[in-house]
Every structure is written in C-alpha cells, then in structure tokens.
Design a protein around this ligand. Structure first.
Ligand code: HDL
Ligand code: ZN
Length: 414
C-alpha cells in the first residue's frame, strides 16, 4: 500500500515509462504509404508549427520560402529559431527533445551532423526506434479518401500492412465542401448530385460504408469550424444526420467531430495558416441527446470550450472527450485541461493524442505530455492520500493504462 507522497512520484514515473500508448489521432502513415509518412530532421524543422514561428521573425516572401527545397527551408528555420535566439517555444523545444532522445549531441547545434545520422537509417528502422523511445503500442492514422494519392494506395489493395497503424476515416471535404466533393463521389461511381436529390443520401451512406470497411476504420472524423451546428436544414446537416450518423450506428464506430478550427485565416501560410475560435457545446448536447445509440469521440480547439466540454461529458455516457488538440498542446494548457477533466470526470477521458505529423513527433509530444499528465495525477493522488485513502501500485498501473489506452479501447467496444 502506498501511504506517503514521496514514493508516489517514483511509482507514477515508473508506470508512465512502462505504459504502452494508444495514440488516438495522428497524421502518420505506415511505411507502405511511402512518401506520405514524413520523417527525418528536415521534416521536423519544417513542421508547420515551426514555420508559423519562423515568420514571426522573417519578412521573407511566403511564396519564396515555400519554393525553396525542404533542406533550405530547414536551414532557415534552424538559423532563425534555434541559432539566432533561444528555442523556448513548445515546438522548438520539441525538436530538441527529439534530437536528444535519438542520442544526438544537441549542444553541437550542427544540423549537418544530425542529417548524417539519418543517412544510415531506413524508415522501418526509424519506426521501430521511435515507437520504442515514445512507448507507443499503436497509432491511429488520419485517412482521407479524397486525397488522390492515398485513395489509390487503398484501392490498389496495398492499404495499411502494419498492425501498429490503425485507420480513421476522415471526411472533411464531404461535410465542409460538398459542392465540390460530390464530383469525387461521382467519379468513384456513386450516384450523387449537388443537391442531395435522387439516391444521393443512400449513395453517400454507401461511400462512407465502403471506406470504413476498406480501411477497417476505428472511427469517422471530421474537423469543423467554431460555428458548426445542426440547426439549419443545410447540406452539412443532412449528410451528418442522414448519412454519417446512421452508418456509424450500423458499423458501431464513433463519430469524431473535432470542433473549432478556422481554416486558412492566412492563406499564404498554408497548413500554418489555420486558426481557431470558440464553438458552442450545444451542438454536442444535441448530438448526444438525439442520437443516444451513437458514440461521440470529441475534441475542441478553443481553451474556452474545455470546461464546458468536460461538464457536457458528465451528462452523456456516449461522449468520450479526448486530447489537448493542436494549439492546446502546450504545458500550461495541458496541465489546466487535464486538471479540470480529472476533477470533473475522474479517469473517464482520453487525456492526450499526439497529432504527430512527422514520425519523430511521437517522441517529444508524448514525453512532454506524459510529464504534465503525471504531475496532475500525482497531485490528485496526493489529495487522496490526505483523506487516509490507501493506493496500491496495481491501482496506479490500472489508472495509467486507462488514460493511455484502455479508455479508448473500451469506448470502441462499448
Ligand atoms: O485537422 C487536424 O487534424 C489538425 O490536427 C491539423 O492537421 C493541424 O494542422 C495539426 O497538425 N495539428 O496538430
Ligand atoms: Zn490532426
């Protein structure tokens, strides 16, 4: 029985170091997707988080920068964000955590030395090394049938061949840009039209069903703007309620609305140009209340939505809250959100996903998050001990496994 706070910290650290993580949302791909899986130091340094920060200092023309070869972009980012000044931001620190955990000499500041390390690495070796360093059991990909390159890999039968990588069907174009995406469905042999006439709704259900089954998708995801609602009789509302939700029910997979992104507020920044806004949790209340047979895996992008999202989750067993998404994935906010969630939801939430876009991101995103989540857990356990409650190592182990994998697995099976 654990009775004093001193031994608690060590036990929590041991359990965090041993837990096998299920990373419920990433932009990674298994090796058989070829160049779609980004890896290596130049991809790390040209991560759109770092590009946004580079342009805080540089007045280089956006188009000029993006037309440079990746290595020259990385050289500029390295010089500007790491050599010209201290790399104190979370994304800057993350790049250094990666180098450090790979056993490279961060003090050398020699980018070519780091590139030399990669010259002898294969992608298969790097996946094994990174998964081992980060403690990853499996990652869930973001799989987009509207991406021509990815669509062909799945249709060719190649698809995913690595059991450590699971699929999630991503349908942003279907809900956010149907006036154009319906033509892709037509091209794929689905009898749909621009106005949802004829068999369109049935055919959209067939499209979703075909792709969930082809990918063996664990859930169906879409990122949505802050003003997302289902109160207007719009194309988005009809496809959500008459296509997405019925097929998710039929196949017993969660629908994962990721709410709060304002895409391309600065178009010239590309991926780095997205921003956020506060959304209305009433749309989640509407979904959970009116579709009790559906499961909802939800994350929101605005810090201001987090307390109300946690309280909403207290009302619905078919709602699982996950992650400190994107602009929230910084120590200050991860600590705040995890504390709010643990104080209102106990252990019934998924505290984090990596959103890794480059393979090596798994190393820093999980090292940094596990440290904060572990500190919150230690504070809560310390409060427990103060009541006279006794903890066992087995209970700590079970709690940590719940947070980092079994909550997600059980929700999929629920
Ligand atoms: O839409 C999403 O899934 C977001 O995570 C975006 O991909 C975003 O650009 C990102 O990489 N966040 O970490
Ligand atoms: Zn993402």
């Amino acid at each position: 029985m654990i009775t004093n706070p001193e031994q608690l910290g060590q036990i929590i650290n041991d359990e965090l170091n041993q837990v096998e993580i299920t990373d419920v949302h990433t932009h990674l791909f298994s090796a058989n997707f070829g160049s779609m899986l980004l890896w290596g130091i130049d991809e790390v340094l040209t991560y759109h988080y770092l590009i946004a920060e580079f342009f805080r200092y540089s007045r280089l023309d956006y188009g000029e920068f993006f037309s440079l070869p990746k290595t020259e972009q990385a050289d500029l980012v390295w010089q500007t964000l790491f050599l010209d000044r201290s790399p104190v931001s979370e994304a800057q620190r993350g790049a250094l955590t990666i180098l450090n955990r790979l056993g490279l000499d961060v003090k050398s500041r020699d980018l070519d030395e780091y590139r030399e390390y990669y010259r002898s690495r294969t992608i298969e070796q790097q996946i094994d090394t990174v998964f081992d360093l980060a403690g990853i059991k499996e990652v869930v990909m973001t799989n987009d049938p509207f991406d021509p390159q990815e669509r062909e890999i799945w249709k060719s039968g190649a698809g995913n061949q690595d059991p450590r990588f699971k699929a999630a069907l991503r349908i942003d174009p279907l809900l956010m840009d149907y006036e154009n995406s319906y033509k892709v469905l037509q091209g794929e042999g689905y009898e749909v039209d621009a106005h949802l006439g004829g068999n369109s709704l049935q055919e959209i259900r067939r499209f979703i069903r075909d792709w969930v089954l082809r990918m063996d998708a664990l859930y169906l995801a879409v990122s949505l703007p802050p003003d997302f609602n289902l109160s207007q009789d719009s194309t988005r509302t009809r496809i959500t309620e008459e296509c997405v939700l019925p097929v998710c029910r039929e196949l017993d997979i969660p629908f994962a609305p990721m709410i709060g992104v304002n895409r391309l507020v600065n178009k010239r920044l590309g991926f780095a140009g997205d921003s956020l806004g506060k959304a209305d949790v009433r749309v989640i209340e509407y979904l959970c209340t009116n579709y009790p047979e559906n499961k909802f895996l939800v994350t929101m992008l605005s810090r201001e939505n987090q307390h109300e999202l946690a309280i909403t989750a207290r009302k619905y067993g078919n709602l699982m809250v996950f992650g400190c998404w994107w602009f929230l994935n910084n120590p200050t906010i991860v600590r705040e959100i995890t504390s709010i969630r643990m104080e209102t939801l106990g252990l019934s939430f998924i505290p984090q996903h990596s959103d890794a876009r480059v393979l090596e991101h798994l190393i820093y995103k999980w090292e940094h998050s596990k440290s904060i989540i572990g500190q919150v857990l230690e504070a809560k356990y310390t409060d427990l001990l103060a009541t006279g409650w006794g903890l066992t190592r087995e209970s700590v182990s079970q709690d940590v496994q719940a947070l980092f994998s079994t909550n997600f697995e059980n929700f999929l099976r629920s």
